[in-house]
Design a protein around this ligand. Structure first.
Ligand code: MG
Length: 411
């Protein structure tokens, strides 16, 4: 008879369910996960192609959760400011602690921008921590798994970003040598036809040049890869509509952020005007903002940035709203392997995930920050280890820290 069977059925058995989970975690016979308290939160910034803000939540059980916040001025200071609000709390109550931080910071003046980004970093670390305490992968905390591997799309760059043939050559290289079947290129690149970029109007030669980039890249890779194109909020409403119409025949994966982000009615009119799928979302916060984009029909594909938008459960909520409108989710991501794996864990747990972005293929040590391999052949295998399933290599973190940063305390 197995020990847990005995524990469940025999009132005189030596072991109970709680004893079992306690001993498995090494917490001791008298302590279960509900007895664990947060003792500290620390940050260390890594000097990547973005300043990655790594976050660690410490407990009195010696179990540590690791997360990441999107970069932003003041994020480490905000996390330090919030630390007293979670010290002494049980780390399993992720929703309660998230709402607690939102409420406390609302009283201090903000529930948007870098405040939400800072809360996101703590929230991600809590998923790693809760997964370790309960001995389940993070995707299980989010409701289980739709897929064992998460598709990754590669954000591509070339030295000659305005040369359509150079873009096609780079697409070919990334598909054949790096193994990706999903790519993104920038389309807000100079064409030589610009007169005045401040007015956001695209001249005919600019439209033709952008369409040529799209044509060369998509025709080069054809069915070997899906290709998206990013405009970084650059163009006027009419120019965005003309551009989206001009590239309809190439059946791109999506056209991202063609107009500035503030005016939802304009966003909706652009999206409604074209068969080219329009993706928007990376510079909005929380489900309250993303919900409006989705409900107003302003997006064909929603693109939240998980360690910025509010964290893992907030991204899950956004995906749930999107799913009610049959809108897929492509997760914007410029994070280290920690944030990237956290996004992949969400991707595993939602039905409507398209892909997670990878934005560091030009940085050879990106993967060194954690033990093992994260991205392989354009895909992330979802780990079965407890929590996020990635372990920081603290020597690598120390080697690449932003000047003046202090390494995390040991667990
Ligand atoms: Mg973008």
């Amino acid at each position: 008879m197995s020990r847990d069977y005995a524990g469940l059925t025999d009132p005189n058995a030596e072991y109970t369910m709680r004893d079992l989970s306690s001993s498995a975690m090494g917490l001791g016979a008298d302590r279960g996960p509900r007895d664990v308290e947060i003792t500290d939160v620390q940050t260390t910034m890594v000097d990547g192609n973005f300043p990655w803000t790594l976050v660690r939540v410490y407990t009195d059980a010696g179990v540590v959760g690791t997360g990441e916040a999107y970069w932003g001025a003041g994020v480490p200071e905000l996390i330090e400011r919030m630390t007293p609000f979670v010290v002494g709390e049980n780390p399993l109550d992720i929703d309660r602690l998230y709402e607690h931080l939102i409420q406390k910071m609302s009283g201090e003046g903000s529930v948007e921008g870098v405040t939400v980004t800072a809360i996101s970093g703590i929230e991600v670390a809590l998923h790693d921590l809760a997964g370790k305490l309960l001995e389940v992968p993070a995707y299980q905390l989010l409701g289980g798994k739709y897929r064992d591997e998460m598709r990754v799309y590669c954000d591509c760059h070339t030295e000659a970003e305005a040369d359509p043939e150079a873009c096609a050559d780079e697409a070919e290289r990334v598909v054949e040598e790096l193994g990706y079947d999903a790519l993104k290129f920038d389309l807000d690149v100079p064409s030589g036809h610009e007169k005045d970029r401040a007015n956001r109007h695209l001249r005919p030669g600019e439209i033709r040049h952008k369409a040529e980039i799209v044509e060369r890249v998509t025709e080069r890779v054809r069915d070997r890869a899906d290709v998206a194109f990013d405009c970084h909020w650059t163009f006027s409403a009419s120019s965005a509509k003309r551009l989206a119409a001009a590239i309809e025949e190439y059946d791109v994966w999506w056209l991202e952020d063609p107009v500035p982000p503030e005016n939802l009615a304009v966003q909706e009119s652009v999206t409604e005007s074209t068969l080219t799928p329009i993706a928007v979302g990376e510079n909005r916060y929380r489900v309250t903002e993303l919900r409006r984009l989705i409900e107003d029909g302003a997006v064909d594909i929603v693109a939240p940035d998980m360690p910025k938008v509010g964290g893992m459960r907030e991204t899950r909520k956004i995906a749930d709203v999107a799913n009610q409108y049959y809108v897929p989710v492509a997760m914007h991501n410029v994070a280290s392997p920690v944030g990237t794996m956290a996004s992949a864990q969400i991707g595993a747990a939602i039905s409507n995930a398209l892909a997670v972005e990878y934005h560091s293929y030009e940085l050879p040590w990106w993967g060194d920050l954690v033990e093992g391999t994260v991205i392989e052949n354009g895909s992330i295998e979802i780990p079965e280890e407890p929590g996020l399933g990635v372990t920081l290599d603290l020597d690598a973190v120390a080697e690449h820290m932003v000047a003046g940063e202090t390494l995390f305390d040991p667990a």
